[in-house]
Design a protein around this ligand. Structure first.
Ligand code: AP5
Length: 212
């Protein structure tokens, strides 16, 4: 099975995508995570991407499309795309790369929640440096402050989860990613999930959308 999860920053794509990928045995391909790893490792891509990410802007399409194509080729049992495509040009590039590899997307799931909830989620988020698992200071705090429940790794706040960068990311989302709704809405695999509720409720709705 091949899935696309898309929606605004902070809606829960990473949190829920990680669980869905584990349960359905899919490769979790999160462009934000891949780019942050490239920045951390100081690769050519990472150096180019950092300035865009720090400002809450999209990284140029050619960088991101190339990264995804490499990984899709290696995803044997299926993949879950989280954070890609991010604009209509990337959606078209995805369609052509899948056609080249004889693959297709089974579900495109759009997750949505009110903007005040997104801002609250992003500003309270903590992430494990070692395994990437997400926590929230209020909604899902770690058992031991500053440490990951899963692997004991150190928790940190993302550079782009500052108030001014969050505002820019939401602006970029509305201008560049929201048009994907019109692009995908008519297709038979399109599903929409209300992600404003508590995590287990959202997860159940996502599972239903994926399986139904
Ligand atoms: P990326 O890392 O993809 O960031 P994003 O899309 O802005 O999404 P987030 O990771 O911020 O949010 P999420 O929806 O995954 O929420 P999460 O599950 O963590 O991209 C970062 C940057 O990389 C971009 O700005 C851009 O520069 C670049 N980039 C990435 N992809 C690109 C592309 N394709 N093209 C060009 N550039 C690209 O949840 C958030 C918090 O809320 C967590 O603390 C979580 O615990 C909590 N939470 C989750 N669900 C709930 C719930 N139901 N109730 C309460 N709390 C919840």
């Amino acid at each position: 099975m091949n899935l696309v999860l898309f929606g605004p920053p902070g809606v829960g794509k990473g949190t829920q995508g990680m669980r869905l990928a584990e349960e359905f045995g899919l490769a979790h391909l999160a462009t934000g995570d891949i780019l942050r790893a490239a920045v951390r490792d100081g690769t050519g891509y990472g150096i180019q991407a950092k300035a865009f990410m720090d400002e809450g802007k999209l990284v140029p399409d050619d960088i991101v499309v190339g990264m995804i194509e490499e990984r899709i080729e290696g995803a044997g049992t299926g993949f879950l795309l989280d954070g890609f495509p991010r604009n209509v040009a990337q959606a078209k590039a995805l369609q052509s790369m899948l056609a080249r590899h004889g693959m297709h997307i089974d579900r495109v799931v759009f997750m949505h929640a009110p903007e005040d909830a997104l801002i609250e989620r992003l500003s309270g988020r903590l992430i494990c440096r070692a395994c990437g698992f997400s926590f929230h200071r209020q909604y899902s705090p770690p058992r031991v402050a500053g440490r990951c429940d899963r692997c004991g790794g150190e928790l940190y706040q993302r550079d782009d989860d500052r108030e001014d960068v969050i505002a820019e990311r939401l602006k970029v989302y509305r201008a560049q990613t929201e048009p994907l709704l019109a692009y995908y809405q008519g297709s038979s695999g399109f599903r929409q999930v209300d992600a404003a509720g508590e995590m287990p409720v959202v997860y159940a709705a996502l599972k239903q959308a994926v399986e139904g």
